[in-house]
Design a protein around this ligand. Structure first.
Ligand code: ADP
Ligand code: ADP
Length: 226
């Protein structure tokens, strides 16, 4: 687990546009923080900075007590799940979950053990031999989360992970992700523009607007949020 701290972080793109004007935000060890706000407010940029997918043009980002500004994505102990969670269609659920580990040369028996543990956590054990095409949308979503969680990262990042699911599944997965986060205790940053997700899933909500943090607090303390 790791804390994630933005200290006066800025992001200017080479074309002069500013995605983040000034961000001070301290995400605690083991916390589930929801980052919410209208389209273009800078929330994906902030998340991608944690993953190391965006250069930081000002200020400092600390992950687990270390300055992370210039760390390569591979050297950060974080895992990210995207909105479009392309799974390998020809691979089984178990192979999809274990793919990142086999690509890193982890021993087969260790992979099997970690995949088993992850599948149990995500209630995917009955489906380990199926192909993604034989799964429901919610199950595919859980496989995508499994692929990230199997590495046992210190922090878990999600960018609109439910936006491709229908309303019923979204409602179900909201609860499942919150439960999973509580069980694993992994520091989690969850980006969404969905007010219901913001108000029901996390320990705290950070509301961004126009590249700055507008509000920060427990869901019930916020009103008029995104
Ligand atoms: P959100 O996730 O809240 O929708 P983003 O973080 O994606 O917002 O984008 C924040 C701002 O930065 C937007 O105004 C967007 O147009 C701008 N932006 C994002 N990516 C780039 C880029 N590669 N080049 C220039 N501007 C960008
Ligand atoms: P890592 O832990 O290195 O991020 P991943 O399993 O996420 O491992 O991906 C390893 C590589 O395979 C990355 O370069 C990623 O972009 C690519 N990749 C992941 N999933 C797919 C997919 N469904 N189709 C094509 N390429 C993929």
């Amino acid at each position: 687990m790791a804390s994630i701290i933005f200290e006066g972080v800025e992001k200017r793109y080479p074309d002069g546009s500013t995605a983040i004007r000034h961000l001070d935000l301290e995400i605690q060890d083991g916390e589930f923080l929801v980052l919410v706000g209208p389209s273009g407010c800078g929330k994906s940029t902030a998340l991608r900075m944690i993953a190391g997918l965006e250069d930081i043009t000002g200020g400092q980002l600390m992950i687990g007590g270390e300055v992370a500004n210039d760390l390569a994505p591979r050297d950060r102990d974080v895992a990210m799940v995207f909105q479009s969670y392309a799974l390998y269609p020809h691979m089984s659920v178990a192979e999809n979950i274990g793919f990142g580990l086999s690509a890193r040369g982890v021993a087969k028996n260790v992979i099997a053990e970690k995949v088993g543990k992850t599948a149990k956590l995500l209630e995917l054990e009955p489906y380990l031999n199926r192909k993604p095409g034989q799964l429901s949308g919610g199950q595919r979503q859980r496989v995508a989360m499994g692929r990230a969680l199997v590495r046992e990262p210190a922090a878990f990042l999600m960018d609109e992970p439910l936006s491709n699911l229908d309303a019923r599944l979204r409602a179900q997965m909201r609860g499942e992700i919150a439960r999973l986060q509580k069980m694993s205790g992994i520091t989690t940053v969850y980006v969404t523009h969905d007010q219901v997700e913001a108000m029901t899933m996390g320990d705290r909500v950070a509301v961004m607007r126009g590249g700055v943090l507008q509000q920060l607090g427990a869901p019930r303390t916020l009103y008029d949020a995104p």
